[in-house]
Design a protein around this ligand. Structure first.
Ligand code: ADP
Ligand code: MG
Length: 384
């Protein structure tokens, strides 16, 4: 979506051009799944797909919102009426950001917004964070708030958790706000420290595919809560603040202490080994060996499938088909029970792999997946 196109439509809707145009990307998590609410490590990178917003300030306490992807009329809200809870449509994401900024003491007196996004919604690629972060960055710049990326991410997370009412970790918003092109972002979700890790696939002759299965199994919300509660139980039983505090070389001892708590054992094993996989991935990429992360990704999938139990037949089909076709590694990514998988492959193999995944879906009588290449891209920024 071009900045000019979004600005032109803004002018049509609101009668004058915007003060500026901003972009914020969706993300894919390379490795580090369901670790973020355990104070652990994650490693997302930004997609070329992004939300683009044209924004101008207002002084009358009114927020006007319009999305090209939803269409319909402009939604007009009074800032003083913004409050968490209640029935919300898509406008809750941008309205929640304004609410969170004001609640944190920042003076926002209104805005006109028109946006358009190329991030697929509900595919586990964080279209919601892209939407939040693009609004937060626009208001940060226009109102001169001087907030750093991680701070904006925090406020966006608050908007999503409290205003929208969706329990999510800090990864999505931080990725959208802080990623850099050609890099993955190592994020320690305990202290929010971050490092940019070189991840230039093209230079290594590699490509990474995102395969959106286009399925979302209905029970996913409740299952997320159950996994989260199970992890908290594990931490409590082991006497630690969070599962992050169980070191990899202390895993066997920890599992032994959990005894016959079979489900908790599986959850703890996933989280502790997943943190180790993130650290291993960082080390391999730092050593300039991106090919070697393939098996680490695949191990992560097995752990999510067998221990955390949040995969589904469609995601397993992508992974199994890709690996059988010679992919270097593959795993589901995101919350699970549908959404997307990633496939790391030699550039030369990508076309054949894509065809074989499509053929496997057709043979299984499934809706065709959406397959696209994920090039590690820039985080949120001002375009105009
Ligand atoms: P994900 O973040 O994985 O894509 P979510 O359910 O967290 O899925 O967020 C999707 C929701 O975000 C959509 O249902 C919609 O309310 C909102 N959203 C995302 N992109 C847009 C857009 N371009 N215009 C309006 N709303 C959007
Ligand atoms: Mg989301």
């Amino acid at each position: 979506m071009g900045a000019q196109q979004v600005a032109d439509r803004f002018a049509e809707l609101y009668g004058a051009g915007p003060e500026g145009v901003w972009a914020a990307p969706g993300r894919v998590n390379l490795i580090g799944e369901h670790t973020d609410y355990n104070d652990g490590f994650v490693m997302p990178f930004a997609l070329p797909h992004q939300a683009v917003a044209a924004v101008s300030r207002r002084t009358d306490g009114v927020l006007r919102l319009h999305s090209a992807d939803i269409g319909g009329d402009i939604t007009e809200l009074r800032l003083d009426d913004l409050a968490p809870g209640g029935d919300h449509d898509w406008t809750a994401y941008p309205a929640g950001v304004v609410w969170a900024l004001r609640e944190a003491g920042h003076e926002i007196t209104g805005a006109d917004v028109h946006l358009a996004s190329t991030v697929p919604t509900g595919a586990g690629l964080s279209s919601s964070a892209a939407l939040e972060v693009v609004i937060a960055l626009a208001l940060n710049d226009l109102y001169g708030l001087g907030l750093k990326g991680w701070r904006l991410a925090r406020l966006c997370q608050r908007a999503e958790n409290v205003y929208v009412g969706a329990p999510t970790g800090i990864m999505d918003q931080t990725a959208s706000a802080c990623c850099e092109a050609g890099h993955a972002l190592f994020l320690d979700t305990r202290d929010l420290s971050q490092r940019q890790i070189p991840f230039d696939l093209a230079a290594a002759g590699l490509r990474l595919l995102v395969v959106d299965t286009q399925v979302k199994h209905a029970h996913s919300g409740g299952e997320y809560g159950k996994r989260r509660a199970g992890c908290e139980k594990g931490a409590a039983l082991l006497g630690v603040d969070a599962l992050r505090d169980i070191p990899y070389d202390g895993l066997d001892a920890a599992l032994a202490r959990l005894g016959d708590e079979e489900e908790v054992v599986r959850l703890v094993r996933h989280v502790v080994t997943e943190n180790e996989r993130v650290e291993r991935t960082v080390a391999l990429l730092r050593a300039g060996d991106p090919r070697a992360i393939g098996p680490v990704l695949t191990e992560g999938h097995a752990s999510l499938r067998d221990d955390f139990r949040i995969s589904c037949p469609e995601l397993d089909l992508v992974v199994d088909t890709a690996l059988a076709g010679g992919a270097l590694g593959a795993r589901m990514t995101g919350g699970g029970f549908g959404g997307s998988a990633i496939v790391l492959a030699e550039a030369a193999d990508v076309e054949t792999l894509t065809k074989s995944v499509e053929a496997a879906f057709a043979a299984a009588g499934l809706t065709a997946p959406r397959v696209f290449e994920a090039v590690p891209s820039a985080g949120a920024r001002r375009l105009v």
